[in-house]
Design a protein around this ligand. Structure first.
Ligand code: AMP
Length: 397
């Protein structure tokens, strides 16, 4: 079975084609600047990347280009689009209506539309991706996999905000959590590595966007992101947690609207805002190494925040069997893993510092006697989407 996984953004569309017999990626690509002019990258497995310009007025044009690349006689990997059994879409959120992945129907599309207020940037783009596939790859079954889905098992005490209850009843204002496919994938792998399906694990997805989840026996019980992906840890450009009164304070002092301030909290804050250097942790580390104090402060704040959430989630679960690191920083920044875990020995963590500094692939980087394991697990969100899509499509037949 061949499954196409699509992640549609407002002006971009990423895709991977999977052969589900082997879970291998046959080809992948990125269409950018949709609606502006149009650029693309495409790589067939084992071949060199192809780049170019191609006018893409709409997402349907991007799907047409993807079709041309995948079926091209030189660099294509299939002879016709009819070889594709289904398309799995990454969709930001269906609020609390769907947690599990679903076969896309008109009703599902309406739910995604109704949830635009929760995901104003992503949900409309995700819908465009779905409509574009329906238009270009006619008749192909489509599945929606929700980024909030894995967090649907959080208890109410974890997902409610302590504001008047009517805001939850009238507008569904609550914590939803994001990066669900990543937390699901790495926590599942962690349970396999631990050989214990009931283990308590804390999954740290640390990248440009970062979130942490507390996962007990494979079920999410808490996570750091909230109604939107702004809550929780400080990130590349996002502030993470702060006193909500900061908004009115800045609004009054600078005559800004709440929309402008939330935009600032999303795009000009976090590591970029503190360091004034970059949102990319590598640039910030270089600056810190050169003596830039604000760059060092930004890194210290990030490490401190991750450390505090690990402690609070161990408390929330009544213990922890493993800390899992994933995503750009979690997988590659070995020194930061060490800094985060420094001082957490009281949780039973005994890091093998030498092994940790060499590890960028799946591995247990704690000492054999460590009561709490430290696992590095590269995430694979696309594979989760492909597998869910396959399961749903198989059951349709
Ligand atoms: P992501 O959003 O998962 O792609 O992660 C992006 C973040 O990961 C950036 O802040 C990068 O600095 C960091 N990152 C990515 N690759 C590496 C690497 N090889 N070494 C250190 N940091 C990395």
């Amino acid at each position: 079975m061949k499954i196409l996984v699509v992640n549609a953004g407002s002006s971009s569309l990423k895709y991977q084609l999977f052969d589900m017999d082997t879970n291998a990626v046959l080809a992948k690509g990125l269409c950018e600047r949709i609606g502006i002019d149009g650029r693309y990258k495409y790589t067939a497995a084992g071949k060199d990347e192809i780049k170019g310009d191609y006018t893409m007025k709409t997402h349907a044009d991007a799907i047409k280009l993807l079709t041309m690349n995948l079926t091209d006689k030189d660099h294509g990997v299939i002879s016709s689009m009819s070889e594709i059994d289904a398309v799995g879409h990454r969709v930001l959120t269906a609020g609390d209506i769907y947690s599990d992945s679903v076969y896309v129907t008109d009703e599902v599309k309406q739910v995604i539309k109704d949830c635009i207020p929760i995901g104003p940037l992503h949900n409309p783009a995700n819908l465009m991706g779905i409509e574009a596939c329906a238009e270009v790859i006619k008749g192909v079954p489509q599945v929606a996999v929700f980024d909030t889905g894995f967090h649907g098992t959080m208890p109410k005490k974890a997902f409610m905000y302590a504001i008047p209850y009517r805001y939850y009843e009238e507008y569904k204002v609550r914590k939803y959590g994001f990066h669900g496919t990543s937390h699901r994938y790495v926590s599942g792998k962690a349970l396999e590595m631990l050989g214990n399906p009931d283990a308590k694990v804390i999954t740290c997805h640390l990248g440009n966007g970062s979130s942490i989840a507390a996962v007990k026996g494979g079920k999410c019980v808490d996570t750091t992101m909230g109604l939107t992906p702004l809550e929780g840890l400080p990130m590349g450009t996002r502030s993470g947690n702060l006193d909500p009164a900061v908004l009115s304070f800045i609004a009054e002092h600078e005559g800004k609207s709440t929309t402008e301030i939330v935009n600032m909290l999303n795009k000009e804050s976090g590591v970029l805002g503190i360091s004034g250097v970059s949102s990319d942790f590598r640039d910030v580390e270089t600056a810190a190494d050169e003596g830039n104090e604000r760059a060092q402060l930004a890194l210290d704040m990030f490490v401190y925040s991750v450390k505090k959430f690990i402690g609070s989630y161990a408390a929330a679960m009544g213990g922890v069997d493993a800390i899992v690191f994933t995503a750009g920083i979690g997988e590659n920044n070995c020194k930061m893993r060490e800094d985060i875990l420094d001082g957490l020995e009281f949780l039973g963590i005994d890091l093998d510092k030498e092994k940790n500094l060499k590890t960028r692939t799946q591995a247990d980087v704690s000492k054999p006697e460590s009561k709490t394991k430290v696992l590095v697990i590269p995430t694979n969100e696309e594979l989760v989407i492909a597998m869910d899509t396959m399961e749903i499509v198989k059951n349709l037949k």
